[in-house]
Design a protein around this ligand. Structure first.
Ligand code: HEC
Length: 455
């Protein structure tokens, strides 16, 4: 009864919020939506292939705009609404969505140009404003026209005279088309230099891809994802003498391209009060989850759960898989049994990996059970399947292989609990790894191979 009533009320409020289809105009109704929701990327120099900055642009792409917004391909934002709202959500509201559909259906009227709002002032170049430190890669890396994907670590010495805490890193690729994704690491040891030397000495496209390097992960960006600033009071430590190491995943595009990225760093104004860490489920991107997906298997799932040993605050949640990933889920079962959804992706798209920041820190008490689940569709019905016919898929680092996990970024509510949190999670990982290695002794060989970088 209540549900019926609220559905009915929601329908009324949507209907009341916008005019009949033949009265929806670009100037009054559509321009504000496009300028706020689309033009940030759809303008010269940014990620999208065409501009959406005026009436003519909108009419030219009108039908496609209606189609890709209805299917929620655009704006890129994979997360369904969850139990906690996300910061800077790009998901269109129902009213916005209906307005765009009605405008196209109603004949794409222009309306009174005087009513068109001014274009917002977009940041030129750096999305987060002027960085505190800008570095350009000394040498570029040339991606050949053809062949398998390439994984490559590229090192950038920071030459920091003292310890610093970074709140955001923005990477601007010079050749966006070949950069599939980039993960960032900090290295205060000699590991980065060793990796570089190994890569130089080898012809393999995955040379230097290491598994346990002792590097500190700093996050990363995938194609199209926007950089985020960590909330005040948080930062990732960059000890004096740190090198930044960027793990690029390059995708050849049929012609040779040279990538030479520019990197901007944003430092925290003061020493952060909390230490951030990640709870990744399943652990190690599913390496120990028995990932073995048969051709035509449409709903292969892995899952893992972890009970929080201390109170935490959750900041953001992100997911990773390759092409045939299908759904991503993370829930939190609170000690009183209430289940909250932290991330729910129903139609994974490899090209739009993003990290979803909550509007504010989400408190999860000790005893909360975190649950992560990833599913894959290895059938030919999956238009994103790179293998035709479908082939058996196992855990691996090439895009035709798979891996997958959902990672919650947290800090302990009480800073002195950090070690307990870290050690409990490590124990959980070791337990799962041990169990899997008993069942699958061949896996050890694969891990050695990855660690050896000679595959
Ligand atoms: C975060 C950046 C971003 C935002 C925001 C964004 N787009 Fe896009 N859009 C892209 C990129 C990048 C592509 C090219 C995608 C590709 O090649 O896969 C694209 C492609 C498109 C296409 C072409 C799709 C096709 O199949 O050829 C349409 C239409 C489109 N966007 C409409 C919109 C509309 C309408 C909005 C706002 C409601 C919007 N976009 C918001 C980045 C964005």
């Amino acid at each position: 009864m209540t549900t019926m009533k609220s559905v009915f009320l929601a329908a009324i409020s949507v209907a009341a919020a916008f005019p009949a289809a033949d009265q929806v105009t670009f100037s009054e109704h559509v321009a504000p939506i496009l300028f706020n929701r689309c033009t940030g990327c759809h303008r010269p120099g940014e990620a999208a292939p065409f501009a959406l900055m005026n009436f003519e642009d909108a009419v030219k792409h009108g039908r496609l705009i209606a189609a890709v917004t209805a299917s929620r391909i655009m704006p890129p934002w994979q997360a369904e609404p969850a139990s906690y709202s996300y910061k800077d959500s790009r998901r269109l509201t129902d009213v916005e969505l209906k307005t765009l559909q009605a405008w196209v259906k109603g004949g794409m009227l222009k309306g009174d140009p005087a009513k068109t709002p001014a274009l917002p002032k977009f940041p030129e170049g750096w999305q987060l404003g002027k960085p505190d430190l800008v570095l350009k890669m000394e040498k570029g890396f040339t991606v050949p026209a053809e062949g398998a994907d390439i994984y490559r670590y590229l090192r950038i010495p920071l030459n920091l005279p003292e310890d610093k805490y970074v709140q955001a890193i923005e990477l601007r690729p010079s050749s966006r088309k070949v950069v599939h994704h980039v993960l960032y690491y900090a290295d205060a040891t000699e590991s980065a230099k060793k990796i570089e030397a190994e890569q130089e000495a080898s012809k393999s496209r995955t040379a230097g891809m290491k598994f346990t390097r002792g590097l500190t992960p700093l996050g990363g960006v995938a194609v199209g994802a926007q950089p985020h600033l960590l909330p005040e009071g948080l930062g990732l430590k960059l000890p004096k003498g740190t090198d930044l190491l960027f793990q690029y995943h390059f995708h050849p595009i049929g012609k040779e391209e040279t990538e030479q990225s520019t990197i901007g760093l944003y430092f925290a104004k003061k020493t952060p009060e909390h230490t951030l860490t990640g709870v990744q489920l399943p652990v190690s991107f599913g390496l120990f989850s028995g990932l073995d997906i048969k051709p035509e298997q449409r709903d292969f799932k892995v899952e893992d759960s972890f009970v929080l040993p201390v109170d935490v605050q959750a900041i953001s949640v992100g997911a990773h898989a390759h092409y045939i990933g299908k759904t991503m889920l993370m829930t939190a079962t609170l000690p009183d049994g209430i289940v909250k959804t932290l991330l729910d992706i129903k139609n994974w798209d490899f090209a739009w990996q993003d990290r979803y920041f909550f509007d504010g820190p989400v408190f999860l008490p000790k005893g909360t059970k975190l649950y992560g689940q990833v599913s894959w569709d290895n059938s030919e019905h999956n238009p994103k399947n790179p293998s035709r016919p479908a082939i058996p898929v196992k855990w691996g680092e090439q895009t035709k292989d798979e891996m997958g996990a959902v990672t919650l970024q947290v800090y302990p509510a009480v800073e002195s609990d950090f070690r307990t949190l870290q050690q409990t999670y490590r124990k959980h990982t070791a337990g799962i790894a041990g169990e899997r290695l008993m069942k699958d002794p061949g896996l050890m060989l694969k891990i050695r191979e990855l660690a050896g970088g000679t595959n």
